[in-house]
Design a protein around this ligand. Sequence first.
Ligand code: CP3
Length: 366
Amino acid sequence: MEHSFAPLQNDLIVRAAWGKKVERPPIWVMRQAGRYLPEYHEAKGNKDFFECCRTPEIASTLTLQPIERYAGLIDAAIIFSDILVIPQAMGMTVEMVDKKGPHFPNPLTSPDDGQYREVMDRHCDVSKELDYVYKAITMTRTKLNGRVPLIGFCGAPWTLFCYMTEGGGTKLFKESKTWIYKYPEETKALLQKIAELCVEYLALQVKAGAQLIQVFDSWAGELSPAAFKKFSEPYLAYISQHLPGRLKEYGLEPVPMIVFPKGAWYSLDSVSNLGYNVVGLDWLHDPAEAVKVIGDRPVVIQGNADPGVLYGSHAAITEAVKNMVDGFGWHERKSGWICNLGHGITPFVNPEDLKFFFQEVHRLTK
Ligand code: CP3
């Protein structure tokens, strides 16, 4: 089924992501639809988090909330969902525990654990299992009515692998490190399987109406540079190398691809060669240094203010924006930068302070 949607009134982020010169840097923030917004809590009520993801009407309403609140200031929507829907589609149970985060009651413990074989052998049909995401995307595109582009996303294989083995958030990474250093071959087989599902899942999101895609490697920075080369980068590369071909098979045009290897600052040079149009930076990067590392490669930077600055004074927010505008060389280059935070916006931020951040980006890039 092909969809027809209203033409885009604001395609700034699409043009910027393709490396074009633009009139001002596009802006959005990771996790922009979330707990810092009072209207999020109101719409979510006491419904289960994943139930909201699975209900296109609710997911699209939540996706639109920041677009409505910050109309004219923000340049993209990101579909309300979660990276953990892939492990769910693979047959694993994932619950969202209030105030604690995701929890897998039965994480993968070792290659001998029957569950690993089950997950590896099970045929996983993301077209069927994640149909609710595509429906939410199509409904959201209709409701957006061309206001701003819609971003689709998935978790990177390494990050999803961490959740599948740890069973939730962790500081130690005991299970995932045991896997990579004790069972590297079984680890790689699973990472490859996840990467293939990511390609199909992203292609189907584009088919449903996603206009850019982002791969979140939130735990990239837990790996050493050598381990990143083995256990993350090849699978990020698999996705960027195979998605365009898969889109072509569906008769779809390519879309800009964004990769966000959080914490893996050492990887910027090599990640810039993987074929992604945009590399997301966290706040550990100095903007001017990052621009130097990328050099004349056609790679756009997304980022990278410390989300924590939104707990600070307006003067601190202004300074953080200036730091990006100057460091990314905005006034000289007029290209190569999509403004964002260096990670998701955190709970308890005052939405008015995020508004001030957006306004400052507009003011200081005139
Ligand atoms: O606005 C958006 O960015 C779109 C929605 C979105 C969510 N999760 C909604 C969400 C996106 C893009 C994600 C991605 C995601 N999910 C990542 C990658 C980005 C990152 O932060 O590194 C990760 C690691 C997850 C897994 C996850 N989901 C965790 C660790 C948690 C709990 C802790 C936390 O930071 O919120 C979630 C829950 C979640 N995902 C919430 C939202 C709005 C909060 C749910 C709630 O309590 O109401």
